[in-house]
Design a protein around this ligand. Sequence first.
Ligand code: MEV
Length: 432
Amino acid sequence: MSGRHLPRGFRKLAVSERREALREALGLTDAELAQDAPFADLADVMVESSVGVMPVPLGIAGGFLLDGESYNVPLATEEPSVIAAASYAAGIIARAGGFTTGADEPVMTAQVFLEPQPARHAGPESLAAALEGERPQLEGVARGDLERMAGRGGGFRDLRIEPLAGLVKIEIDVDVRDAMGANLLNTVAEQVKEDAARLCGAQALMAVLTNAARGRRARAWFALPVAKLARAGIPGPEVARRIVAATDAANTDAGRAVTHNKGVMNGISALALATANDTRAIEAAAHAWAARDGVYRSLTSFTVDGEELRGFIDLPLAFATVGGAVSFHPHAERALALLGHPSAPTLSRIAAAVGLAQNFAAVYALVSEGIQHGHMRLHATRVAYKAGARGDRAREVGRAIWEQGDISEEAARRLLQPGELQPGETQSEGGG
Ligand code: MEV
């Protein structure tokens, strides 16, 4: 079975026409089409061929205490347990003094790849030597493109020339202040690529920033009295020992490390999405960092020191607070306003703390009562919603079917009054 048909030239239609075409293709009602109508124009200027928006829940994880400052952190995620887990962990950590955090200067790196020309260069080494001879010009080109950024306290930081197998790589480090820096770095990289190829008779291969952001890391740590960690009948010191053992498992088994780090990124990606940051860039950088020594490991570490459990995270976090979608999307603006209009390094510190909190909450649950306990309770609320319950009733009915141990739409429907079903649904259809 193939997908639904859309008219030829769909991408060239006006957004209203594309939405109309989508309505026809899917047989949507006026009410269904109207759901995301207020965002149609915004979506249209953000991406090509837009037809609307994909609403993802936005919630607030309260109670984060970082270096004595408290934050309510906006998180956008489709996963039920993320915000509850972040708030829970933030509360425990705040009561023990909160997170201590730090962030590097916001330095990003552009990469230019050049190929030697056999007629002019014996190989990558001789092209690299020729490029070294042109260093003042190349740095001048980069500085020229970065004058405005230099005026804001950022700008050019370094330029490196390195022969690779069959190629030469030029890397340009730029302090991008509160931006993510992709546009600026790509502009600089392309200019340097053109000039380097012309000056040295090399073949330009490509130029683009690296999202690795190894020089733009943020870190967070906390200490908790082990005595406070008792849970599910397990004494605190034993829970702390298990948290360390679980992290050791992530450091020795890549399969476990992926899931462990997925828990970290549950928080970080949700903050990235809420602030319209580049979730893919941030995720790629984090996972590459986790494999920086050739083995994929945990992004967090936990140790027990005397009576304390200590948690620590340090990873690249290229969060921006200006430019791109961040300055453009009205919901991102609200998210940043809620956080007190942080600088990019401060937002990265918040992200580090959220990632560590999220991971701590997950591992704490895993080694004590298990993860399904909390997850199934939240899942039950969704099942109740699907059965037709809305508002507080979704939680009420969800709790009831969870307590009954029968988390099914059938069980939820048995608890609903006929009037509670959504328009167009009947008790026998189940409101799915
Ligand atoms: C679920 O989204 C995240 C966890 O699987 C993370 C973990 O296993 O550490 C609970």
